[in-house]
Design a protein. Structure first.
Length: 278
């Protein structure tokens, strides 16, 4: 059975001590259950609801701390990139600080950005845009030639104003049709984009149920934003999981885990059913 993987960390890097607290606990839990752990944090949250939104401590400070985390805890790391120039700078100055480049959802069709990330020796995690159909990711994947590895992350689909829904049939489509790991972002799926006017809202109480459902569907890779005190987090607090609840969610993911023994083929031309008029 393929080893389970969890990407977890704060929305944005706040300080070395803060990220170290999160990385230490998440790695402890994942090691306990034999799960691969990747620490995530953003150095710049470029996509903010308003100018009041806090963006982060910056690239140099964040990636310097990433290097320290890797030495202290032996963790792999993931961070967002927003431009070709950022990737080139990281590759030149902080090459060993990052293991996975993440393409944000709103940038998932940016050809130059994707191709530059795929030219590196890093894994590339592409978040499926809230506006994208699952089958439309085929076009995105066509831009990833030469990549070390590519992951696709489901993070909810727009359903009217300030609302996201999780389309489990869409997840099933991607599991069946793409030869790439499908990651389920349970915390952003519980987000309400722009739902608080000048910032996004959400409901972290939905996260455990979403995680259980994804695991029962056959997802093996999960993305969870966690924070010791989400209510004071500089971004995405309403939908971030409390660090103290992380282990219980991981236990639930394991308990509900489903791995199909064989893929069931579906005859899409089957016409055996007929509805009779009453």
């Amino acid at each position: 059975m393929e080893r389970m993987r969890i990407i977890a960390g704060p929305c944005q890097h706040e300080s070395l001590a803060h990220s170290a607290e999160i990385a230490k606990e998440c790695k402890r839990v994942c090691d306990k259950y034999g799960i691969e752990y990747i620490f995530k944090a953003s150095f710049d949250k470029a996509n903010r609801s308003s100018m009041q939104g806090k963006r982060g401590v910056g690239l140099e400070a964040t990636l310097t701390d990433f290097l320290a985390l890797k030495v202290q805890y032996g963790v792999k790391t993931l961070t967002d990139v927003h431009s070709v120039e950022q990737i080139k700078y990281i590759e030149a100055q902080f090459k060993n600080a990052v293991d996975v480049y993440q393409i944000p959802a709103f940038l998932c069709r940016q050809t130059d950005l994707i191709q530059e990330a795929c030219r590196t020796d890093k894994i590339v995690n592409i978040k499926k845009g809230q506006f994208m159909a699952p089958w439309d990711m085929k076009g995105v994947l066509s831009k990833c030639e030469g990549a070390k590895d590519v992951w696709i992350t489901e993070r909810g689909t727009s359903f009217g104003y300030n609302t996201l829904v999780v389309d489990y049939t869409g997840i099933m489509y991607m599991l069946d049709n793409y030869e790439h790991p499908i990651v389920f972002d349970c915390t952003h799926s519980a987000q309400k984009p722009g739902g608080q006017g000048d910032s996004s809202g959400g409901n972290r109480d939905y996260v455990p149920g979403l995680a259980r459902s994804g695991s029962a569907l056959g997802i093996r890779d999960f993305f969870l934003e966690v924070h010791p005190d989400p209510d004071v987090a500089p971004s995405d607090g309403p939908n971030m999981l409390r660090l103290e609840d992380f282990e219980q969610v991981v236990e639930d993911i394991i308990a509900y885990s489903y791995t199909p023994k064989e893929k069931v083929s579906v005859d899409r031309n089957y016409t055996g059913f007929r509805y009779q008029e009453c």
